[in-house]
Ligand binder design. Structure first.
Ligand code: KDG
Length: 344
């Protein structure tokens, strides 16, 4: 077989999340049930780390703060749930940065294609002051943004044909692929530059839109393609890694303001710890998910350096178009952090 001699990725070990340590708050500072809505499924790293977030708060408040997680866009999509945080009708959500750019435009730096050559460079940027400033900026919109974590490198899937070049996306004689994008203008530009017909759409509608043939394809990390069962309606995958997007765990400011300062501090700490765990899980899931998809019959095209370069060239214009909008200073700052990591 083609995989002969290639090391198999290890199955993620879910049995042992990091130990919960730190002080337990024994004093009764009030009881809270926090509702957290996410778009992804129960088996996703996002859900599993949210569960860990819930466990930390439960253990360290003797059960006084409990977190109820609602997966699969049950309570709404990223855009709707962020609006619900603003009105106070939902306590927490965990969106992609891409639709959150309506609140904090600088976040669109993460939408620039081929910005992060390695996961380490992306993590370094998420831990930087420039990223912390972006989290802080949500306060103006009555949202307490707690932590960045990993959504990950996004890969293209479709139901029409194998894709190994921008020409395959554009389908010179047969027409471009209709690709669902997140609700974000930079993402739209990327797929326009590649000659696709991009269609912005909420995550929760993607599966049925593919099933019904309303769209040909979508792009997401392998873990999402696996855990949201997209392989059932998508025969082809391409390891394009065209963009790395994060998640942000966030809370309604109305909820935040109701928490005792000691609880606020604990929630912030639990958010950071669960975000770290999420990044660990997302990393473990990535290659393993790709192999699981292949085992389930998805035909996955790996791209060589020249093929990746073709995609990269085709979307270069996205930088010219968007860097001035995002802010040249922010883009340069992020690029210099990336360069430093790569030089180490
Ligand atoms: O919970 C997160 C999802 O709602 C969404 O952000 C996932 O990457 C995503 C997408 O493609 O919309």
């Amino acid at each position: 077989s083609l995989t002969m001699g290639v090391a198999q990725a290890q199955e993620p070990d879910l049995s042992e999340p990091p130990e919960i340590d730190g002080e337990v708050i024994t004093e009764d500072l009030g009881s809270h049930t926090l509702r957290l809505g996410i778009g992804l499924a129960e088996s996703s790293p996002q859900y599993l780390s949210s569960q860990y977030f819930a466990d930390i708060l439960d253990e360290r408040t003797e059960g006084r703060i409990s977190v109820e997680i609602f997966p699969n866009s049950q309570l709404g999509d990223d855009v709707q749930m962020m609006e619900m945080l603003q009105t106070g009708s939902l306590d927490m959500t965990y969106p992609s940065t891409s639709p959150a750019t309506t609140y904090v435009p600088e976040l669109a730096v993460f939408d620039l294609p081929f910005l992060f050559p390695t996961r380490e460079s992306a993590v370094e940027v998420m831990n930087s002051d420039v990223a912390q400033d972006m989290l802080d900026s949500f306060e103006e919109s009555d949202i307490k943004a707690l932590a960045f974590s990993e959504n990950g490198y996004r890969q293209l899937t479709n139901s029409v044909r194998p894709v190994e070049s921008p020409e395959d996306v554009a389908g010179i004689d047969v027409g471009g692929l209709t690709i669902r994008t997140m609700e974000n203008d930079v993402q739209l530009s990327i797929w326009e530059a590649l000659g696709a017909n991009p269609t912005p759409m909420a995550f929760g509608e993607v599966f049925s839109a593919m099933e019904q043939g309303v769209i040909d394809g979508q792009e997401n990390p392998w873990s999402t393609i696996l855990t949201s069962n997209f392989y059932e309606v998508q025969d082809y995958g391409s390891e394009t890694r065209h963009v790395y997007t994060p998640f942000i765990l966030m809370m309604s400011m109305q909820t935040w303001d109701q928490l005792d300062p000691q609880y606020q501090e604990l929630v912030q700490e639990a958010a950071r710890k669960s975000a770290e765990y999420e990044i660990q899980l997302a990393t473990e899931y990535d290659d393993w998910s790709r192999e699981q998809l292949e085992e389930r019959g998805m035909e996955i095209t790996r791209l060589n350096d020249e093929q990746v370069a073709e995609f990269q060239e085709a979307v270069e214009e996205v930088y010219d178009e968007w860097a001035p909008e995002i802010g040249e200073d922010v883009v340069e700052e992020v690029q210099s952090i990336v360069a430093d990591v790569q030089d180490e």
